[in-house]
Design a protein around this ligand. Sequence first.
Ligand code: PAF
Length: 283
Amino acid sequence: MKIFEKIVDLQNELFNVRKERKEIGLVPTMGALHEGHASLVRQSVKENSVTVVSVFLNPTQFNDKSDLERYPRDLEADCKLLEACGADYVLAPSVEEMYPTEDKRQFEFYPQSTVMEGAKRPGHFNGVCQVVSRLFYIVCPDRAYFGEKDWQQIAVVKRLVDYINMDIKIVECPIVRENDGLAMSSRNMLLSSDERQLAPNIYKVLNESKKWIDTLTVQELHDKVMAEINKTEGLEVEYFDIVEGNTLLPVGNWNASHYVVGCITVYCGKTPIRLIDHIKYKG
Ligand code: PAF
């Protein structure tokens, strides 16, 4: 596995890969890698001749600077994991390397980028689109791998690929959970052991709520999920939206679509740490 800090060095390497007509998979990450990322890399290794993983903590997608400051970083551990998964190249550029000048581009893809995380974290998806489009231009992958944990992000990235007219297949990989159901996330490392005990309640309630769709209306189910999670001291729901799976707009009843998803963001603990998860009710 080769590790590059300079974009041009990776591009020179990929030039030869492309000459041999080999397919390239890209796994964009912000580091602090865990089993969820490992599953994306393994899938890319299976489906492509060459896998590139970017490890770049992208400042432009953090609307909250303290969130950026406490985001875990450990490039050495990340590289060990990536090598074990069979990645070929790691791109780990500095901020100056990735953004030699300020990125002033604005991306807005209504409604996918403006609802839920888009509304609660202004500028977040704009930053994601800035960095993901740069990575796409740099690597020109055949396939790019994203985890379903960030379910809304996948919808936004699909809009981005259409918008920038690149022929890249966005591969959605299943969410990876801890044994107790908590969705794997780099932010889980920031939870204290007490907070870590509380966090699985989020998925426990979401999973349980799948049984309620036959007896409760959308509004009733929404209210019950909120109440059940908020009952746990130390957990506070920021939003729980039940949305149409493609548009991401709220649904009023269960027959509104064949694809209905509940998306939640919960504050956990004193700091607090913001955890996101989702559940597919239909589709
Ligand atoms: O999902 C993430 O880790 C980030 O949003 C991404 C896609 C790597 C862009 O920085």
